[in-house]
Design a protein around this ligand. Structure first.
Ligand code: SF4
Ligand code: SF4
Length: 107
């Protein structure tokens, strides 16, 4: 399934640059996810990066876009015919999630 952002979004700007599919953009009032581009990060990461980073946990699955992992992988290949490029904010060998946000001690 693609994900979607609820109206609990506080427009913190954290998720948009971390999406490997450029699926997140500012909408009329809050950030929105393009379901045609969201793969739940399949093909790039083991978990949805926006969900992992969102400070208010306002990114559930979109029940209007039920997709299997195979369909999500097919979407990934459609979006990235040459394969995955280095995701925004990630460097070779580095964790895609910034340590400061991943470390419970830093929370
Ligand atoms: S789950 Fe991944 S692909 Fe989908 S909007 Fe979030 S960061 Fe982008
Ligand atoms: S990380 Fe969460 S609160 Fe921040 S802009 Fe994205 S959806 Fe909104």
């Amino acid at each position: 399934m693609a994900l979607w952002i609820t109206d609990e979004c506080i427009n913190c700007d954290v998720c948009e640059p971390e999406c490997p599919n450029q699926a997140i953009a500012m909408g009329a009032e809050i950030y929105e996810i393009d379901p045609q581009r969201c793969t739940e990060c399949v093909g790039h990461f083991d978990e949805p990066q926006c969900v992992a980073l969102c400070p208010v946990s306002c990114i559930p699955v979109n029940p209007s876009f039920v997709e299997t992992r195979e369909q999500l992988l097919a979407k990934f290949h459609r979006l990235h015919p040459a394969g995955a490029s280095t995701p925004p904010g990630a460097s070779a060998g580095a964790s895609p999630v910034p340590t400061s946000l991943h470390d419970p001690a830093a929370a």
